[in-house]
Design a protein around this ligand. Structure first.
Ligand code: IP8
Length: 251
């Protein structure tokens, strides 16, 4: 079994304090991974939280707006590397064989914004018993300099590349919420939840929950969106929060 797990940036950092790890939350997530990841290959992806987003906003960089400012690239990519080091350190400190994989060193977007992400290093690391830890980052973008590559985009690229059986997205909310704030148990089509998500034409996978749901629906593996308290349950094979049915989903 192989799982791809995204730890939301706002789960593991203090979103309102620049470059501040939420050490208690990160430690709890690492401990859940350390206690569970027996017999299951796992790829971890984490978001930017108060590391990447803080600097990206300062330099006006997004998934579509790029920069050619070397200082901006250093600030944004450097911050994400610092957060990645904190995540890898916490995981290794708790006995998980975690190793860093930095997307900026390998990925590219072409002039049509199509992403190419080499994944042989990730699959080989998994085969060799490591837990690769990737992160939202910058990406070289033809005609735009460097743009933001979100952790959600990485999850969508990685899940088929590693033949993931399941995908987990650990968010600050306990699942995908309807208009009343109730967790939606299962999503089979985007149309069924479009009005609840308040955004029917999202195409950018980093465009909030609507974009996330749309991207996860396109995967063949089922995806589960849940809050931090439910991470041990997801890692134990359960489906807490909201299940987003995959193309091959026979759950
Ligand atoms: O938090 C964003 O990753 P995300 C990464 O997964 C940067 O959207 C560099 C802001």
């Amino acid at each position: 079994m192989t799982a791809v797990l995204k730890l939301g940036g706002s789960v593991i950092t203090k979103k309102d304090e620049p470059e501040t790890v939420d050490t208690a939350a990160l430690s709890a997530a690492a401990s859940a991974i350390a206690e569970s990841a027996v017999g299951e290959d796992i790829v971890v992806v984490h978001g930017g939280g108060s590391f990447g987003h803080h600097h990206a906003a300062e330099y006006g960089v997004s998934t579509t707006a790029g920069t050619r400012d070397v200082g901006g690239v250093q600030a944004i990519h450097g911050a994400m590397c610092r957060l990645n080091a904190a995540v890898v350190d916490e995981l290794t400190g708790q006995g998980v064989p975690a190793v860093p994989v930095h997307p900026f060193s390998a990925a590219a977007r072409d002039a049509d914004s199509d992403l190419s992400l080499p994944t042989a290093q990730v699959t080989t690391l998994l085969d060799e018993g490591f837990v690769p830890v990737l992160h939202g980052d910058l990406v070289a973008h033809a005609g735009a300099g460097a743009t933001v590559l979100s952790g959600d985009e990485l999850v969508v690229e990685l899940a088929p590349a590693v033949d993931a059986d399941r995908v987990g997205v650990c968010s600050t909310v306990p699942g995908v919420l309807d208009e009343d704030g109730t967790v939606i148990d299962r999503i089979e089509t985007f149309e069924a939840v479009a009005s609840a998500l308040g955004e029917s034409d999202a195409t950018d996978v980093s465009g909030g929950m609507a974009g996330k749901v749309r991207a996860l629906l396109a995967l063949s593996a089922p995806a589960v969106v849940f809050g931090p308290d439910a991470l041990p349950a997801f890692l134990a094979g359960e489906s807490p929060g909201t299940t987003i049915a995959g193309d091959d989903d026979d759950w």
